[in-house]
Design a protein around this ligand. Structure first.
Ligand SMILES: Cc1cc2nc3c(=O)[nH]c(=O)nc-3n(C[C@H](O)[C@H](O)[C@H](O)COP(=O)(O)OP(=O)(O)OC[C@H]3O[C@@H](n4cnc5c(N)ncnc54)[C@H](O)[C@@H]3O)c2cc1C
Length: 540
């Protein structure tokens, strides 16, 4: 077996410190580990009115390092609602109901806190929580607000799926990230004679004989090489996997013709129905004594699952994470935020299309995040709930000056590690710790996105405008090569990831989800990989 990865290796003993760090905010933005040319739109793109301005392009970090997103992500480790997987089945993914996927979720993990029928104890990825006695003041304040808002404390996020607030589960052990590469490609596994790992290896092209995929062409450390294989498994993520397929002539015929690509298999679903979880934030200045403490560098310790009851959404459709540090720098330690995201997302009109047939060109990516009005309504409602919580005594004890926010390109720009940003944020932090009126002016003029909390709470038009402009995804790109039934024209793969109408080719990653689950997507992706590897071993 040969693993090709465009980015660098992370072997035991040589994993870069920013990847190992329990605080993930530096790995997120470290350009060594990204596809740096990738830009996306998040707002709805109108294809009916060519005169309408295209929405702004934003950065969208996708990992380029062994382990993919699991090497740079926030380390949140959860699974979604059992009903998500009933929906997978109803959308044509036979055999992916909750009872069938649970054993593979358990196979992934080594839960360090809980046992019982919902937990694995022997998997490659350790899972743990930081319990309330060790939380920083900000997390304690947020938890008290969740409680005052009427929610129950659930010690185990991965226990029964119901509303309540809980310590976040993370893929982390002894204050170190455990990525898929660290957990699965450990020194013992690397000794296997049937495994070769080729990093700094960018696949340019899938090689075909007729409709059979027979290998790949790749640049290995800049040298062009061909690898032949009995079967090729594409796991390049929900943005790059459909691009590989389309460049190989597998995709919507009209689009391929527009790109000058010969059609090998007309699969209209390739690149279509891209999804993510739309999100918005309510940020605030954290008082010095409530900031991240010496016990852990984990910055997200507590979260809330709740039911909006808007638009017929199922139970537990919404998620609020309390983030006690917004960036690595001095100002980041002073600003916390509640981030609300629509966990049961209805917007599914996003798409990935080729911008050129050239393998070097990043595709055109349109998320169309709020194409379903119910997602917009739930974010406005979610923002207002968070504003209310910030007005509760427990949040007022630990924060001041709340303001509407999002993880914008402005925030990301100041989040890149360099001396200039370090200097600027040190100066700004000193001023922010000064008198309240000065802090308020600085936040309004330099950090806020033009809308105040009062306006977002009391003025529907301003609230909607803020949410439409500022909503971003949470890096849960998925669903662009969906599994589905044979008679579903939009299905790209069967229920073991085999690409339809060609041979020797599977897709196994977040792109085959039939719909994004109510979860951060790393564990659902690992579950999917475990389940399909089980099928491969039994030759399904
Ligand atoms: C910043 C960030 C934060 C996130 N936070 C969380 C979180 O806290 N919890 C959670 O559950 N999920 C989180 N996610 C999402 C999660 O990490 C992803 O859903 C998951 O990694 C998806 O896995 P994948 O296999 O589909 O794609 P990826 O993880 O993106 O892996 C694709 C791999 O393919 C490689 N590749 C692509 N093209 C080529 C090519 N041409 N040649 C060779 N290699 C190639 C890439 O370099 C990459 O390593 C986050 C993601 C990001 C980016």
């Amino acid at each position: 077996m040969l693993v090709c990865e465009a980015g660098q290796d992370t072997p035991h003993g040589k994993v870069p410190d920013v990847i190992l760090d329990s605080y993930p905010g530096t790995a997120y933005l470290d350009t060594r580990f990204h596809w740096t040319d990738l830009k996306v739109t998040t707002q709805i793109v109108s294809h009916n009115n060519p005169n309408e301005d295209r929405p702004p392009l934003r950065k969208y970090e996708q990992a380029r390092v062994l382990g993919g997103g699991s090497s740079i992500n926030g380390q949140l480790a959860n699974r979604g609602a059992p009903s998500d997987f009933s929906e997978w089945v109803s959308r044509g993914a036979k055999g992916w109901d909750w009872e069938s996927v649970l054993p593979y979720f358990k196979k992934v993990e080594r839960d360090m806190d809980f046992e019982g029928p919902l937990h694995g104890k022997e998997g490659r990825i350790p899972v743990r929580r930081i319990f309330p006695d060790l939380w920083n003041g900000y997390s304690k304040g947020a938890a008290a607000a969740f409680k005052q808002a009427g929610f129950e404390y659930l010690p185990d996020q991965n226990g029964e799926f119901k509303d309540g607030y809980f310590p976040i589960t993370s893929s982390n052990a002894y204050e170190r990230r455990v990525s898929a590469a660290i957990g699965y490609l450990d020194p013992g596994t690397r000794l296997r004679k049937n495994l070769t790992i080729s990093t700094n290896t960018q696949v340019q092209e899938l090689l075909f004989e007729g409709t059979k995929c027979v290998g790949v062409k790749a640049l290995v450390d800049g040298r062009q090489t061909e690898f032949r294989a009995n079967e090729v498994i594409v796991s390049s993520g929900a943005i790059h996997s459909p691009a590989h397929l389309m460049r190989a002539g597998i995709g919507p015929a009209m689009h391929l013709k527009d790109m000058g690509i010969d059609v090998r298999a007309n699969l209209p679903g390739v690149g279509q129905r891209l999804m993510d979880h739309p999100s918005i934030a309510c940020a605030a200045f954290i008082k010095p004594e409530a900031r991240i403490n010496e016990y852990t560098r984990r910055h997200i310790q507590v979260a809330l699952r709740y039911s909006s009851e808007i638009g017929g959404a199922p139970q537990g459709d919404m998620f609020i994470a309390a983030v006690a540090k917004s960036a690595w720098h001095a100002v980041g330690e002073q600003i916390g935020s509640m981030i609300v995201f629509v966990n049961k997302t209805y917007s599914e009109t996003g798409q990935v299309k080729l911008s050129s047939a050239d393998w070097r060109a990043e595709p055109t990516v349109e998320f169309n995040l709020l194409s379903d009005k119910r997602d917009l309504d739930r974010l406005v409602d979610g923002f207002r709930r968070m504003a209310l919580m910030h007005a509760m005594p427990s949040m007022r004890d630990v924060t001041s000056t709340p303001f509407p926010a999002s993880y914008s390109d402005k925030v990301k720009q100041i989040g890149v590690i360099n001396n200039k940003n370090k200097f600027l944020t040190n100066v700004m932090a000193k001023l922010l710790d000064g008198p309240e009126p000065l802090r308020r002016i600085l936040i309004e003029k330099l950090i806020m996105e033009g809308v105040t909390v009062d306006e977002a709470v009391h003025d529907d038009e301003k609230a909607e405008d803020f949410v439409r402009r500022s909503t971003v995804g949470v890096w849960h790109a998925s669903c662009t090569c969906r599994m589905g039934a044979d008679d579903d024209p939009m299905a790209v793969t069967g229920n073991t990831g085999r690409v339809r109408d060609v041979q020797g080719l599977r897709v196994v990653d977040a792109s085959i989800f039939p719909v994004v689950p109510c979860a951060n997507t790393n564990f659902p992706t690992l579950m999917t990989a475990e389940k399909i590897s089980g099928a491969i071993l039994t030759q399904a």
